[in-house]
Design a protein around this ligand. Structure first.
Ligand code: GLC
Length: 552
């Protein structure tokens, strides 16, 4: 392991105002898969510290860590058994404090993932809660008597709720002769947020992390914290799967959630310059826009399901612009630890083998559209999904997938980061917890750093352009008519700064027209020699080419 060198904030980095997140590019690290420094096959915090220079040089402003708390690991870290500590598998408490300090020393921010809808069933709160009906934690989870008993004596669940991870949403606990509710695994009981003691305990935990210097939080499935107070059944509807055969109006999205969110934000606001982003559980941009405000952003999933088409992107960007208006900031999320990698998905949708070309065009969209970009680790290399043989599956729902419960095995997008073309992609000296992919032979940090035309070098150029051009970070958005249906073009403007961005979604050359005056000089592009428009505004884009143009 190398010691981080004398680091300074990149000179091009914008100053850090309290709304730094407006300028920021957030990089998501899945800690198990980033860099393993002790040879146990699992990534760790010292590994992240070791590669902070890499992230700074890439042009990342903030690092979001998927959960680092003690966990039995059934939902690979999203089943937390103690929210206020670091899992020893990732390092020590001192490693964490060093990570905060080293991140800040490089002018970057550190964001944690708060899993507050549920805990692990091994959490001390739940172990107490399940033990009897009259212990101090008895009402900390959602306990209910059975609706009745079947003829054979089997207790019947209190309502029709189902688990997102398959099967009933209720689990019988013989010690209490009651059911508890779980939106995810049986081993992930949902907390009772309507109990003020639960809210107080969560807020105290959050304050603890703020005191340790973290700059923000991602809130896991935040719109599910509150359920209908009476736990009424969800209305049934036609649908292909058990989950879709219900309208989820009672197990999430409760009207009083806005008040809970405001109380949470008031706590975070006691610490200036801390931002939060909520992960919508199954919601669209309409809902994301309503819940966005102040220093709080919201993820929605439209880009993640969008096909690779200029028309589809233009339509969804215009719709979110209408919904968010100029003052609320959308997020830009093309992939994460739950979804197919963007290079794989977009290239498949484009019907091309030139995965790198599509990965670079996607980078242009992420950097050029209005919103805060979230970049999932490895996307900057053009990493792709890895097929996992059935006997190596880790993701629990993937093991029980079937016709009534289709599930995309999330292991495929969680495979280790590729640092070198050497053994185990330079990720570990041991046996990696998930296999590394063939991609590592060509798509790794060492090889791509040496190639100016790699996906990684393209990301570095585009992220540098974003820092240079204020309009790309803070500018307004306006669609441009480029005159070709395969090209999506738009203008960003902030103060005196403007930028025109054009992306060719086709695997063939396209000739377009851009407004003269606004688009004279190419600042950066997916290709090493980005084209500038001719005197009439005519511009030829090569297959999957994207370009950022400015007026001067
Ligand atoms: C979120 C996480 C996902 C996890 C689930 C339950 O959707 O992103 O990985 O399985 O919540 O915690």
């Amino acid at each position: 392991m190398t010691e981080p060198g004398a680091a300074t904030a990149s000179p091009a980095a914008p100053a850090s105002p309290s709304d730094w997140w407006q300028d920021a590019v957030v990089y998501q690290i899945y800690p198990r898969s980033f860099l393993d420094t002790d040879g146990d096959g699992v990534g760790d915090l010292p590994g992240i510290i070791d590669r902070l220079d890499y992230l700074r040089d890439l042009g990342v402003d903030a690092v979001w860590l998927s959960p680092i708390y003690p966990s039995p690991g059934l939902d690979v870290g999203y089943d937390v058994s103690d929210h206020s500590r670091v899992d020893p598998i990732f390092g020590t408490e001192a490693d964490f404090d060093r990570l905060v300090a080293e991140t800040h020393r490089r002018g970057m921010k550190l964001v944690l993932d708060l899993v507050m809808n549920h805990t692990s069933d091994r959490h001390a709160w739940f172990e107490a809660s399940r033990s009897s009906r009259d212990n101090p934690y008895a009402d900390w989870y959602l306990w209910r008597d059975p609706a009745g008993y079947a003829a054979d004596g089997t207790p019947l669940p209190p309502n029709n709720w189902v688990s997102f991870f398959g099967g009933s949403g209720w689990q019988w606990e013989p010690r209490r002769n009651q059911f508890y509710e779980h939106t995810f695994l049986v081993e992930q009981p949902d907390l009772n947020w309507r109990n003020p003691q639960v809210e107080a305990a969560q807020m105290a935990m959050v304050r603890g992390w703020l005191e340790r210097g973290v700059d923000g939080f991602r809130l896991d499935v935040f719109n599910a914290f509150l359920k209908d107070p009476d736990l009424a059944s969800n209305p049934e509807q036609p649908g292909a799967t058990a989950w879709n055969r219900q309208r989820h109006v009672n197990d999430r999205d409760q009207p009083d959630f806005v008040d809970l969110l405001a109380r949470f934000r008031a706590l975070v606001d006691e610490y200036p310059g801390r931002f939060t982003v909520g992960e919508l559980f199954d919601g669209g941009p309409e809902q994301a826009a309503t819940m966005t405000g102040g220093d709080h952003l919201v993820f929605d999933w439209e880009f993640i399901t969008a096909p690779w088409s200029a028309a589809a992107f233009r339509e969804l960007v215009e719709r979110r612009e209408r919904l968010f208006g100029p003052d609320r900031r959308p997020t830009l999320v093309f992939s994460n630890h739950d979804q197919p990698r963007q290079a794989s998905r977009f290239a498949a949708s484009a019907g091309t083998d030139d995965i790198d070309a599509v990965a670079k065009a996607a980078a242009m969209l992420l950097v050029g559209l209005r919103g805060t970009p979230f970049l999932y680790f490895g996307e900057e290399l053009g990493m792709v999904d890895v097929a996992i043989p059935a006997d190596e599956i880790v993701d629990p729902p993937a093991r029980i997938a079937g016709p009534d419960f289709p599930w995309w095995n999330r292991d495929q997008c969680r495979t280790p980061m590729a640092w070198t073309s050497g053994p185990m992609a330079g990720f570990t000296t041991g046996r990696p917890w998930l296999r590394t992919g063939d991609y590592a032979r060509h798509h790794n940090v060492a090889a791509e750093s040496a190639d100016p035309d790699s996906v990684l070098s393209t990301y570095r150029r585009l992220l540098a352009a974003r820092r240079e051009v204020e309009a790309l970070r803070r500018g307004s958005y306006e669609t441009l008519d480029a005159g070709d249906s395969d090209v999506f073009a738009w203008r960003r403007a902030a103060g005196g700064s403007t930028a025109v961005v054009a992306v060719n979604f086709a695997a063939a050359e396209r000739r377009i027209r851009v407004p003269r005056g606004d688009a004279v000089r190419a600042v950066a592009g997916t290709h090493l020699d980005p084209p500038a428009p001719d005197a009439d505004g005519g511009l030829t884009l090569r297959p999957f080419e994207g370009v950022i143009l400015t007026s001067g």
